[in-house]
Design a protein around this ligand. Structure first.
Ligand code: HEC
Ligand code: HEC
Ligand code: HEC
Ligand code: HEC
Ligand code: HEC
Length: 491
């Protein structure tokens, strides 16, 4: 008899066989990942209710050489669960970085990035299983099919809507010269305004600090005593409406412009979602048109009904004149220690710039915004590419307006050392007489020489009015500065 009995030999053999089988089985499951052919085994025929994928079309398309799990990466074995993770735009972005970036630069990509469920993803316009160049007649975005693809969401669209480019590239004139020129124009405008006022602000800032250190400039802080009425009730109410609507437009527009910034989803959530945020944007756009119209009527009323006559280029007029040009020159000489500061009259050149900038801004941002708010309606009359132009103009003008107001307008009126931290004259309507004399010597002298000083003198604003103005003004200034920081932080 050997060391082992027959029973034991059989047991050993069985154990070896079991190990062999387990090894073989593990080899089988760790086998190469499922191929397209394996997936198509069910999906080409639609067995067991599998959604159908056209095998011939897949092979013919530009993705034909890829295995299905290049995109459906969550599927690692067959059979797979009934529910699998959807393939998102980010998957496509891995290979189509440029198309993804341009998509993100449109309302479609922005709304999708902020979580709007009915916003199109890549697969809403492209068939990922039949990836064809847009020139191929079988492509869903070919000229023959494009309108139908867009019309799936934009019902009742005119063929002109299809002229809108879902992948705009403003830097590439070969795509659309019109969009490129609109972009270059806006960039030049931005560079011009920010360049000029950036330099102006920096020079002014250093001159103010040096002036303070030398004791030439005292902060213009006076309370109590006689005041001068500087702004009418209508002016102040208009300005208040401008502030409130502008802040809300900025708060509800910025997340869409920077959908991938860390703060964008939180702000969107705060407003209740993409559609709700856009509704608030539209309401405030309507208010903007409203105050614009009100101001024009108010001017008309003063000139036509009250018969107030202004000399168009006179000292009370907001129309820029030769003196403004000279004041700019004199101010720069003062900034550079070459001359005393210019004496200012009723309106300074930077105040006139602020005033006219609103006319330009409302016209440009209002017209472009209107087109974008109703793309299907307006493309009955204008080519779709004009919506791309509108979009470029709208977003770049928004950057110009928020940047200008939150940096330069705030510096001119609140943040420069003499006014810091806040000048409430636009809220109370009144300026202390002492301060008025220092700040607007020419206007003061004119009121005296015309014998009108007495009638312009008013009592100081109530303490309550002043306190409310300071709190409100400070809240707006802080919000604006934070928003600009967020934009810079978003890159
Ligand atoms: C054995 C047949 C079979 C094979 C092989 C198969 N599928 Fe499926 N697949 C199905 C069926 C059946 C459904 C429908 C499930 C349902 O709706 O209940 C489905 C659904 C899907 C869905 C939609 C899932 C959803 O959440 O709606 C995707 C995507 C998918 N399969 C991809 C693949 C890929 C990729 C492969 C290859 C790696 C593959 N399938 C291999 C049978 C198969
Ligand atoms: C280029 C990426 C990509 C490749 C490659 C790809 N798919 Fe898809 N597939 C998608 C996208 C995008 C969707 C739609 C979004 C979603 O449902 O995830 C989709 C959806 C599906 C669906 C669900 C369709 C429905 O009507 O519900 C099935 C089934 C499917 N794919 C099977 C396959 C099979 C089989 C292959 C290989 C022959 C394949 N896919 C290759 C991107 C891809
Ligand atoms: C609203 C519809 C729409 C959406 C959403 C969309 N595209 Fe397009 N795509 C088009 C149209 C229309 C064209 C053809 C016109 C063009 O080239 O600009 C196109 C062209 C392309 C091209 C071919 C470009 C070329 O020059 O050959 C690629 C690649 C592409 N898209 C990928 C994507 C990806 C990736 C996404 C998602 C990040 C996406 N698309 C989202 C409509 C869309
Ligand atoms: C693994 C890389 C990869 C992924 C992921 C991928 N593609 Fe592609 N795609 C390609 C390549 C390569 C081509 C052919 C060359 C080209 O046109 O860029 C192509 C071509 C295309 C085309 C035809 C464009 C043309 O002008 O020929 C479209 C449309 C397209 N892809 C859409 C998509 C969409 C939508 C997704 C996401 C669902 C996607 N692709 C995901 C690599 C990829
Ligand atoms: C899946 C649905 C869907 C498809 C497909 C679709 N869109 Fe849209 N589109 C939307 C939604 C949703 C919005 C609004 C986004 C928002 O609220 O900001 C929109 C907005 C627009 C706008 C306004 C742009 C702006 O800057 O405000 C234009 C123009 C437009 N789409 C054109 C097209 C064209 C052209 C196509 C076809 C190539 C198309 N869309 C395909 C859903 C779709």
């Amino acid at each position: 008899m050997g060391a082992y009995g027959t029973d034991e030999k059989i047991r050993w053999l069985g154990a070896c066989l079991l190990v062999l089988c387990l090894w073989g089985a593990s080899r089988a499951t760790a086998a190469s990942p499922p191929s397209a052919a394996e997936c198509l085994g069910c999906h080409a025929s639609g067995v067991m209710g599998a959604p159908r994928v056209d095998a011939a079309g897949y092979a013919h398309g530009r993705h034909g050489a890829f295995s299905c799990i290049t995109c459906h990466a969550s599927i690692t074995s067959i059979p797979h669960p009934a529910q699998v993770a959807p393939v998102t735009a980010k998957t496509c972005a891995g290979c189509h970085a440029a198309a993804y970036q341009s998509y993100l630069s449109t309302a479609h990509g922005q709304a999708a990035a902020l979580g709007l469920a009915d916003a199109p993803t890549c697969a809403s316009c492209h068939d990922p299983h039949l990836a064809l160049p847009p020139t191929d007649p079988a492509s869903r975005v070919s000229p023959a099919h494009r309108l139908a693809t867009c019309g799936g969401c934009h019902t009742g669209a005119d063929p002109k809507l299809a002229g809108y480019d879902p992948h705009p590239q403003p830097d590439d004139p070969a795509k659309s010269a019109l969009v490129t020129w609109a972009h270059y124009f806006m960039v030049a405008l931005l560079a011009g305004v920010f360049g000029f006022f950036g330099l102006h602000t920096l020079l002014w800032l250093q001159r103010s600090f040096v002036g303070r250190a030398r004791g030439e400039l005292a902060p213009l802080r006076h309370f109590g005593g006689p005041h001068i009425q500087r702004f009418s009730v209508a002016d102040r109410l208009t300005h208040l409406t401008v502030i409130l609507s502008f802040m809300l437009l900025a708060l509800t527009g910025l997340p869409l412009m920077h959908p991938t910034a860390a703060w964008a989803p939180a702000l969107t959530h705060f407003f209740g979602g993409v559609h709700e945020m856009q509704l608030i944007h539209l309401v405030n756009a309507a208010i903007t048109f409203g105050y614009f119209f009100f101001h024009l009527c108010y001017l008309g009323y003063r000139v036509l009904v009250k018969k107030q006559r202004y000399r168009l280029f006179g000292e009370d007029s907001l129309i820029p004149n030769w003196t403004d040009i000279k004041d700019i020159g004199r101010n720069f000489l003062w900034f550079l220690y070459l001359a005393p500061p210019p004496k200012m009259g009723r309106w300074t050149y930077w105040e006139k710039f602020d005033y006219w900038a609103v006319f330009w801004g409302v016209a440009i941002i209002g017209a472009s915004g209107l087109l974008l708010a109703a793309p299907v309606f307006f493309t009955r009359f204008i080519p779709g590419i004009w919506l791309n132009v509108s979009f470029v103009v709208h977003s770049e003008e928004a950057l110009l307006a928020t940047g200008f107001i939150f940096i330069f307008h705030f510096f001119h009126n609140h943040l420069r050392p003499q006014n810091f931290p806040i000048d409430v004259a636009i809220f109370t309507g009144r300026v202390p007489l002492e301060r008025f004399k220092e700040e607007r010597p020419l206007h003061y002298e004119r009121l005296v020489s015309e014998g009108r000083l007495e009638q312009s003198i008013v009592p100081p604003p109530s303490t309550l009015m002043t306190v409310i103005s300071v709190i409100f003004g400070a809240a707006v200034v802080v919000t604006g500065v934070v928003l600009i920081a967020l934009v810079i932080f978003a890159g």
